[in-house]
Design a protein around this ligand. Structure first.
Ligand SMILES: Cc1cc2nc3c(=O)[nH]c(=O)nc-3n(C[C@H](O)[C@H](O)[C@H](O)COP(=O)(O)O)c2cc1C
Length: 424
């Protein structure tokens, strides 16, 4: 049998990609599962938490075990499931203290109205509530229930009390709940859950900062059904936005059309064309401390879009294009105070020289360059390899990493250079 030739792009295809992004490596997350209908989604999330590098300790309430069998839970998490406060098997070690001391982070997911009421009043009548009392690290509750149960003043009072006690209570999503009713009470999406977890273990180095990130491609219409666009997936920009929010920033994301899930940020503005991107970014720029132009904005757009579909009649078709506004240059023009302006550029060779030329021409504070012809870099892949060029010409070359890790490294460089004088 002749072996198939492995091309460099195949080597870095999504399926072959090793899990580079493991921000919870060496952390142990105690996951408390209570008896809510969102338990199955919570189990799925706990598998995702494991894939971020964390070790998991599953603890179930008795009522949770009526909804999902502890055997299923053990099989899906690959861990022993703890349920009994008075366990003969673990008696010598005093399980609730042992478990509380073993974890870095404590999640209650889903958090039933019942469990939050118990936790808010300090009841410790089962293993999970007793471990909670003995635990000294960060605790996150993910309430999930029928909208009427959620808006019941007793539940509201439990959540208020939990927040007063220093616990984090993550707001549920709005929408159709399992019982068929509409309202607030759905377990949040995975990006929101992931972000809340990462935030709990990340120093809040960007707290109080207003940051705008642009992401994705733009679409320049030719007629009502066709457009000119590019291959940007939005992943790099979304990773920049999510990483800034995880570090405590107040993030606004201005995004072109992409097919990936939105990150958990305060404000998302969706645009389509380069002109709309310019309006959205420039209209918000004055109040921002940091602006990151990750979006792959079209350099040229059709002079005029046809009102009706262009028919396939002529052998050749000429489309006249006009230059779009240079948003990055305009941001630099308008800069009035100590704003930090970061540009991204996609190149196809001679990366260092071209990125250095771009930062000189545009006057940005940092320019992140990536050679989109390199395997594992650029558009539509999960990883990237970038260089970060500063205004003084210094260059930092990062190895190939998951885009989320690239984003973390870029924020680290931004903090080191512009936000605080020393970063540990
Ligand atoms: C099928 C079913 C689904 C339930 N879903 C929820 C829910 O989503 N949220 C909630 O707060 N309670 C829900 N309950 C009620 C709780 O299971 C009940 O209050 C229980 O006492 C919670 O126990 P625990 O907090 O110790 O797990 C549900 C009950 C049943 C039978």
């Amino acid at each position: 049998m002749i072996a198939e030739k492995q091309t460099s792009s195949a080597t870095y295809s999504q399926e072959n990609m090793p899990d580079y992004y493991r921000p919870l490596e060496s952390r142990t997350v105690l996951t408390g599962f209570t008896g809510g209908i969102a338990l199955c989604r919570a189990v799925d999330y706990s598998r995702k938490i494991i894939s971020l590098g964390a070790g998991i300790i599953p603890v179930m309430t008795r009522h949770a075990a009526k909804l999902v069998s502890p055997v299923t839970m053990a099989a899906l998490t690959g861990k022993k499931v703890h349920m009994e406060l008075f366990s003969l098997e673990d008696a010598a070690s005093i399980p609730h203290i042992e478990l509380a001391r073993s974890a870095d982070l404590f999640l209650v997911m889903p958090a039933t109205a019942n469990f939050m009421a118990k936790a808010a009043s300090g009841l410790a009548d089962d293993l999970l509530s007793t471990v909670l009392l003995a635990f000294e690290g960060p605790v996150l509750f993910y309430p999930s229930m029928n909208p009427s149960m959620y808006s019941n003043p007793v539940t509201e009072s439990s959540m208020r009390r939990l927040r007063e006690l220093g616990y984090t209570v993550v707001d549920p999503d709005q929408g159709k709940t399992a019982c068929g009713e509409k309202g607030r009470g759905r377990l949040p999406s995975w990006p929101a859950v992931r972000q809340s977890i990462l935030k709990a273990v990340t120093p809040q180095t960007l707290k109080g900062m207003k940051i705008l990130v642009s992401a994705g491609p733009t679409r320049e219409p030719l007629d009502p059904v066709r457009y000119i666009s590019n291959r940007s997936s939005g992943r790099m920009g979304y990773a920049m936005a999510e990483s800034a929010a995880t570090r405590g920033a107040d993030v606004t994301l201005v995004t072109g059309p992409v097919s990936i899930q939105a990150p958990g940020v305060r404000d998302i503005c969706r645009v389509e064309t380069a002109a709309q991107m310019a309006d959205a970014v420039l209209g918000r720029s004055a109040e921002m401390d940091v602006i990151v132009m990750t979006a792959a904005v079209a350099d040229y757009a059709p002079c005029q879009a046809c009102d009706t579909k262009i028919k396939k009649v002529e052998d050749k078709l000429t489309v006249h294009l006009k230059k779009t506004q240079d948003i990055l240059a305009e941001l630099v023009n308008r800069r009035t105070r100590n704003q930090v302006i970061i540009g991204f550029c996609a190149e196809t060779g001679d990366l260092e020289a071209r990125t250095a030329e771009k930062i000189r021409n545009k006057g940005a504070d940092l320019m992140v360059g990536n050679d989109v012809t390199m395997p594992g870099a650029g558009f539509d892949v999960q990883t990237n390899r970038v260089i970060v060029v500063s205004a003084d010409g210094s260059v930092e070359t990062l190895p190939m990493m998951d885009k989320r890790e690239v984003a973390e490294r870029i924020w680290y460089i931004v903090e080191k250079q512009f936000i605080r004088s020393s970063v540990d």
